[in-house]
Write a protein that binds this ligand. Structure first.
Ligand code: OGA
Ligand code: MN
Length: 294
């Protein structure tokens, strides 16, 4: 079947037809998906009745997988999924929704802040592929913001000011924004900040974009209040309606986004309702900035 893509967002985001993820992806289909990702940055695939193995097979036919190791507050015996998946659900290892006050749930609520996946890793994520296995009756949309358009819309003075800035990203910084500040020594060491360029260029399209994320919590060489105010201004700018698209989930949807040119966030939903979302992730090409000497 030919792969076709129809734009569904204001300046990005496409809905794909002609892909069946229960079947192996042909080289021509893989090329069409990559080209679609470069152009639209977010692709929506409806009615994909796939299991974990099929999601993994589809993902690895597009690139190198990123493993989810030590990125959540789940202890080793609390994992529901293998580390080829990021468990984006609100479920414990017995498939029960976390209690409202559960620390693992409150940490995961950080996904409701605008972010780019794994910006807290030296080599951040390329594509994320999120598949809906069960969805709440209301709420729980995922929203996306298109960062090349947000960059283009900055005034020349701001572009010049930010051109060479380097930010530090950590999951501790994103949680600080929502008042989640209690971490063990082990967690603080595990979530040590990494450096990322604030302006990045897409390797295929050549377009510059703002590399923002809730995980960004400092700018190298800047006083903290000034850095945090600039980051907040830029996020406000980049998430104006004209740059965003909201996806309302149906079971069987797979949404794939390019973390190099988008931010995303989850929207709230009732705590007691199961929301089983499973993410596979492809690794980026390399670091966006040199790291600080140890
Ligand atoms: C993710 C994520 C948002 C959501 O999978 O990386 O942030 O709506 N998900 O669950
Ligand atoms: Mn995410």
């Amino acid at each position: 079947m030919p792969v076709t893509i129809r734009q569904v967002g204001p300046c990005f985001a496409g809905q794909v037809s002609g892909i069946d993820m229960t079947k192996p992806l042909s080289p021509a289909e893989a090329s069409a998906v990559h080209a679609g990702m470069d152009k639209y940055a977010v692709l929506v695939f409806h009615d994909q009745a796939i299991d974990d193995d099929q999601q993994l097979a589809f993902t690895t036919s597009l690139g190198d997988i990123e493993h989810a190791i030590g990125t959540s507050l789940r202890a080793a015996h609390e994992y529901r999924l293998p580390n080829t998946f990021a468990d984006v659900s609100n479920l414990d290892q017995d498939n029960k929704p976390f209690a409202r006050e559960d620390r693992r749930r409150l940490f995961a609520i950080g996904n409701r802040l605008w972010h780019s996946d794994s910006s807290f890793k030296v080599v951040p994520a390329k594509y994320s592929l999120l598949h809906a296995r069960s969805v709440p009756a209301k709420g729980g949309n995922t929203e996306f913001a298109y960062m090349p358009a947000a960059y283009d819309a900055l005034d020349a003075e701001t572009k010049a000011e930010i051109e060479d800035l380097i930010c530090e990203h950590s999951q501790i910084y994103s949680r600080r924004l929502i008042g989640f500040t209690e971490f063990t020594e082990e967690e603080r060491a595990r979530f040590k900040p990494v450096r990322q360029s604030l302006v990045r260029r897409h390797p295929i399209t050549g377009r510059k974009s703002l590399y923002l994320s809730s995980h960004a919590g400092s700018i190298v060489g800047w006083p903290e209040p000034e850095a945090l105010c600039l980051l907040r201004d830029l996020v406000e700018h980049a998430t104006q309606r004209e740059f965003t698209f909201a996806h309302k989930w149906r079971v069987g949807d797979l949404v794939m986004w390019d973390n190099r040119q988008t931010m995303h966030r989850a929207r709230p939903f009732p705590a007691e309702e199961p929301r089983d979302m499973r993410r596979t992730t492809l690794m980026g090409e390399g670091p966006t900035a040199a790291q600080a000497a140890a």
